[in-house]
Design a protein around this ligand. Structure first.
Ligand code: HEM
Length: 193
């Protein structure tokens, strides 16, 4: 078991980052959807605080992911056609963008609406912008519109992973799960794709 990615496989660090980010990200979307429908009160406030903390966690994991990529590039992508290759890259790019852009737009939205952004009870992020109505409205629009779009993007990503596993029967999902079968993949398998 290697810490680093190889040309064919994901290492432990990337896999751990992926699954931790994926879990937090899906929970974050669910909490985000639910909390906005609640009446103002303690429950809603607690969920907003949780949502913000999870957003900071995603941002931190994404920064770590980008640093790690410098030392350990991702393995080659397994795509059956040019179209799928472009689609997979676009979905991945949008997920990267979301993991950076959603927390930042949320941070701007909170600060410009007069609220702080804290990571649980551990620390508060610096205020990057004072109260400002127009900025608040624009960032709120971006954050919620892209948030809804992201549900579709994440679903597309999951469907893609399942398609590789059950239809193409390749190692795309197995190598992200860390099953040894992935190591049996040869260069020929990749060149065929
Ligand atoms: C049940 C949910 C999920 C499954 C089954 C899944 C599966 C996978 C698989 C199999 C890969 C490797 C693709 C390849 O190398 O060809 C991958 C990569 C990736 N996934 Fe997911 N994923 C899930 C959720 C998510 C979520 C919620 C996010 C977004 C936050 C996400 C972000 C990414 C990214 C950015 C990559 C590219 C590899 C990297 O840069 O680390 N995944 N996923």
């Amino acid at each position: 078991m290697s810490l680093k990615n190889s040309e064919l496989n994901y290492g432990i660090v990337s896999r751990a980052n992926h699954w931790l980010s994926a879990f937090i990200f899906i929970a974050l979307l669910a909490v985000g959807l639910y909390m906005t429908g609640l009446e103002k009160g303690e429950d809603r406030q607690a969920l907003y605080a949780l949502h913000k903390s999870m957003g900071i966690a995603i941002f931190g994991l994404m920064v770590l992911r980008l640093i790690w990529l410098k030392f350990s590039p991702n393995p080659v992508q397994l795509s059956k056609s040019k179209f799928e290759h472009i689609l997979a890259h676009s979905v991945k790019g949008l997920l990267y963008l979301a993991m950076l852009g959603m927390p930042i737009s949320g941070w701007i939205m909170s600060n410009s609406g007069g609220h702080e952004v804290a990571f649980f009870d551990m620390f508060v992020l610096p205020t990057i912008i004072g109260e400002h109505e127009t900025t608040h409205e624009i960032s709120e629009f971006i954050h919620s519109t892209f948030g809804f779009l992201l549900i579709a993007i994440v679903l597309l990503h999951i469907v893609g992973a399942l398609k590789h596993h059950f239809i193409y029967k390749d190692v795309a999902l197995l190598r992200m799960v860390g099953k040894n079968k992935a190591t049996a993949m040869t260069k020929n398998d990749i060149e065929e794709n």
